[in-house]
Design a binder for this molecule. Sequence first.
Ligand SMILES: NC(=O)c1ccc[n+]([C@@H]2O[C@H](COP(=O)([O-])OP(=O)(O)OC[C@H]3O[C@@H](n4cnc5c(N)ncnc54)[C@H](O)[C@@H]3O)[C@@H](O)[C@H]2O)c1
Length: 252
Amino acid sequence: MSDLAGQVAIVTGGASGIGRAVAVLFASKGCRVVIADQDARRGVEVADELKRGGSADSSSTEMDVSSAAQVDALVTQTLARFGRLDILVNSAAVYPPLPSLLETPEPAWDQVLSVNLKGTFLMCKRAIAAMVDQGSGAIVNVASIAAMKGTNYSVPYGVAKAGVIQLTKAAAVQYAGRGIRVNCIVPGLVDTPMSRRSMASSEEFDRFVAQIPAGRAGTPEDMAALTLFLVSKEAAFINGAAMVSDGGTMAR
Ligand SMILES: NC(=O)c1ccc[n+]([C@@H]2O[C@H](COP(=O)([O-])OP(=O)(O)OC[C@H]3O[C@@H](n4cnc5c(N)ncnc54)[C@H](O)[C@@H]3O)[C@@H](O)[C@H]2O)c1
């Protein structure tokens, strides 16, 4: 698959899980990666890992995607440093386990929608403004199969992820003519700190895995490979797509 030599990417949530795997893979393809994460310590650890791997220009910025001011500062600083922004991957999200609609407090609803949906909106809006000026760009948002079915686990999470899919399609349609592609990946269960935290025990995790036709959970590297494909020139005609990668879960 095509390399990303000379390109500049921002990866939100790049300090952990899927975002971290995307940052590692992109850097290995010659991309200069800006990790944007509220977890400053892990962000620096991943950036150091990328530098040790030969990506000297990669870096980490502590920020909150739900803050318009911090989103603006992140993109402005990236443009000041590199003079361009080719790729945005929006992986940052939260998943507080919320048993049912009646047990979902209003502040929890607001937090999930604010980070998972508004954060993706703010990042897309600021990045697309830069990409329009540049005349090119590729964005990959991270949705979830929780957007596509009713679940017992977290109402606001699925609602936010459904919004991410719609945001992806709207942005794709509106900016296709300006050289910008906006797609999203739709993961099923992926073995990451988030999914492990959301389960009561490793036995519960294994029970979920047993429901997956592929017989295993996805890996962050599975998601990174799909993300790389979507930003590559091989995917030049793919725009507004919601690409499910779930080991067959939704096909059942
Ligand atoms: N793990 C799964 O099974 C699964 C399934 C479907 C979709 N997803 C989605 O994949 C993406 C990555 O999830 P993951 O499993 O790698 O989770 P993770 O918890 O390992 O990583 C998420 C990262 O986002 C960061 N983050 C959280 N809130 C932030 C904020 N306000 N501003 C900046 N950074 C913030 C965290 O610090 C963390 O580093 C998320 O969008 C998640 O909803 C995950």
